[in-house]
Design a protein around this ligand. Structure first.
Ligand code: PLP
Length: 285
């Protein structure tokens, strides 16, 4: 396995960053995870646009040009022979003596890219069975619209889900309204077959899969409503599913131990999953 670290391709076991990297010291960095399917990078343009937004909000410089970055991503995927899987890309504010304020201008941002193959059969199995979720209060900061590497609350929530025999934790706000998963966006389908997901202007991450799924829904002639919905509404839904780049759209069949509908994956999430790759942007590795 090969990783890209600050200008060099190195074996995964020798891939290191400095102890004074601000990503390590302050979680002062952002990341993207992108799906690779059948030898194509899925929705790269949207992921790079979001990276640009995250960097801009935190005033971190681009580590290199967008074109150069695209080439490094492809080379990392080629060197790891990924056809189905993902790449992970992280940009931090760089290496500087520990101090909360930003380092001197000219400090180079750090760039790390890793790639991983995944077994489509394992994902297919998860889709056929559906996943379980729990609800948890949202204890994160209010800039979760930035895809920052500060994921301690998310890690705690996922661990709590695991210990409860579930695979995802769904954040709920103080008013009992659903926010998003610890690493996904949440959708419900109501009795009329309308797809509902929380608006992404504020308080959640604007998932790329979420955005492309809105395109997929339009293509399939589905009605989509971006509005808040409560936990009670979600528990009474016809279908619930979560979206994320590496899992597209997993059906959720149980939440807090309560079955959703008949406790089996629904047909709408399946239809969306089948149409997704066609609609998404595909760039050959
Ligand atoms: N929300 C959170 C908190 C996430 O961490 C993620 C992805 O990891 C998502 C939503 C889904 O975003 P995307 O579809 O871009 O993967």
């Amino acid at each position: 396995k090969i990783a890209y670290v600050n200008g060099r391709y190195v074996t995964h076991s020798n891939a290191m960053v400095h102890i004074e990297d601000r990503g390590y010291q302050f979680a002062d960095g952002v990341y993207e995870v992108c799906e690779i399917r059948h030898g194509y990078i899925v929705d790269l343009t949207r992921h790079l646009n979001r990276l640009d937004r995250s960097l801009g909000e935190l005033r971190i410089a681009w580590p290199m040009s967008r074109n150069a970055l695209t080439q490094v991503i492809r080379e990392t995927l080629r060197r790891n022979r990924v056809r189905n899987g993902l790449f992970y890309m992280q940009v931090t504010r760089g290496v500087a003596r520990r101090d909360h304020v930003f380092p001197a201008e000219g400090t180079l941002p750090s760039l790390v890219i890793t790639a991983k193959s995944t077994d489509p059969a394992i994902i297919a199995k998860k889709n056929a069975r559906g996943i379980k979720a729990i609800t948890v209060p949202d204890n994160r900061w209010d800039r979760v619209d930035i895809k920052s590497v500060g994921l301690l609350p998310n890690a705690m929530a996922r661990q709590q889900a695991k210990e409860a025999g579930a695979q995802e934790a769904i954040y709920v706000d103080a008013a009992g309204m659903v926010k998003e998963g610890a690493a996904s966006n949440v959708w419900m389908v109501d009795r009329d077959g309308t797809l509902i997901t929380r608006p992404a202007e504020h308080g959640i991450l604007r998932g790329i899969t979420r955005t492309t799924l809105i395109d997929v829904g339009a293509k399939l002639g589905l009605t989509i409503e971006e509005r808040e919905f409560s936990v009670a509404e979600m528990l009474a839904a016809r279908e619930v599913f979560i979206t994320a780049a590496t899992s597209i759209c997993f059906p959720v069949v149980s939440i807090d131990g309560q079955s959703i509908a008949n406790g089996h994956p629904g047909s709408i999430s399946q239809k969306i999953r089948e149409a997704f790759f066609d609609v998404a942007e595909k760039i050959a590795i």
